[in-house]
Design a protein around this ligand. Sequence first.
Ligand code: PAF
Length: 286
Amino acid sequence: MKIVTTIQEVREQVKAWRKEGQTVGLVPTMGYLHEGHASLMDASVRDNDKTVISVFVNPMQFGPTEDLESYPRDLAHDAALAEAHGVDLIFHPEPEEMYHEGFSSFVDMTVLTEELCGLSRPVHFRGVCTVVAKLFNIVQPDKAYFGKKDAQQLAVIRHMVDDLNMNLEIIGCPIVREEDGLAKSSRNTYLNPEERKAALILSQAIALGAELVRRGETDCKAITDAMKTKIETEPLARIDYVKLVDAATMQQIPVLDRPALCAIAVFIGRTRLIDNFFTEDVGGAV
Ligand code: PAF
């Protein structure tokens, strides 16, 4: 497995693979890899001849008061995990390699970015779309892999690929959880032991919402109210949002009459965590 830092090195390697007729999968990451990322790497290694991962903490997707500086980084750990999972190339650029002086082109999206994390993190999806579009242009993969934990991100990227006629397939992979239910996230490392326990309220609220849907509840407010009440029992938790949205448009809906996403964002202390379920995945009536 190689680690490269320049766009040119990635292009040369991918060109050589293409000459040999090899297919290429891409797993974009911000590093500090965990089993959630491992499941994406495994899927790519299974589906493609070669797998590239990017490890880049993208400054453009962090707001001014967010955790860009403190975001955990450990390239040696990432390299060991990636190698163990059969990755062929790590692209680990410096910010200057991705955003040269005078950089002034962005990929912006309306509608799908107006709700959920797009509402709480106004610059986030512009940064995500721009960096992901750049990574697609640099690597030119056949397939790219994203986790369903970032469900809005996955929908936004699918939409971008469709809108801009990008020539690749986007694969969404299931949420990977800790044994006790907490969705795996690099940000879980911010939690102290007390907060780690409190963070279980997210997956418990998700389980409650999923159960209500499974039992046939279709009133979105009834479902989200029950989930909010559950989260409010945890003193360390502060709700950012608990919402049910149309799975395609990410717009809020009053009644479950179409495939929907139930998404939550909750602060545990100062750490903002997200979790979700798709009604389709929990055997809802619709
Ligand atoms: O999901 C992430 O880790 C990031 O948003 C991504 C897709 C790597 C873009 O920086």
